[in-house]
Design a protein around this ligand. Sequence first.
Ligand SMILES: [Zn+2]
Length: 306
Amino acid sequence: MVVVRILDQVVGHRVAIEKLLRTVEQERLPPSWLFVGPQKQGKKLVALGVAQAFLCERSRAACGNCPSCQRVARRQSEGLILLEPQGPTIKIESARQIVNDLSLTALGRGRVVLIDDAEKLTAQAANALLKSVEEPPPRTHFIFIAPSRDSVLGTLRSRSQIVRFGSLTREERSAIGGEDVDVEIRTRAVQVLVEMLGSGRVDAVAQLREQAGDRETALLYIKLWLEFIRDSWVLKSAAGVTKAPAATQNESLNSDLLEQLQVLSAYPFEKLGLASRAILQAERDLQSNCDVNLTLENLVYQNAGS
Ligand SMILES: [Zn+2]
């Protein structure tokens, strides 16, 4: 039989995984976890790995070999209840189905309910789950996955223990074969950011409208901007201490855009901090369906004014 230990397939996130495994080992799992962080970085795989560890018949860290581990690896375990959106939202019927499944007696070691894209739960669906989250049946645990804390209904969030996931480094991303964003798009995105933080508000608004007028592109730009700000933060911190420039460049995710990143890193920390806060706010606005052009316009004016 092939050994499939899901956590071995995860790239990165070592700190989060260690912490989660310790909780499983000590049998101190909370009724509900909320995994938050950028999309497509492996949160769901980590969640499946944790479920495998929890349900494993032989080891608290998942053996990958026992019947339970094999079933979880095939996503066919009776202990794993998986809910993913089939459309733009997760509707109340799906939530009710889960509540119903949970009313049946659990076989095996327990149950993990994994809800991916939990930001897509309608308010009714989230509320239908609340009671089960608050008072889950014995050995039943929820894992909600969402891009950010604030994208999930407050009542669910407040009942969940939050686990934060960062972005993978460029090396980690290429290790999982995740496609990198095209260099042309990254170059354009960094130029707009430079423009936005500079004084060219009119230009920045016009450029953004032209380049990122649709929601999907706007969200991609936002993801890139946050990376760029992080990079310039790294550059800036490195400038204050003695460190070989090569090491600095390696730590930087987008070292091919070093020239523009250096322009950004010349700004004070405070301005970069304000900018990332404004960008995160724009991300939330876009995720809650605010008008794309208005959101971007707001963002430019906030940054130019700060
Ligand atoms: Zn096992």
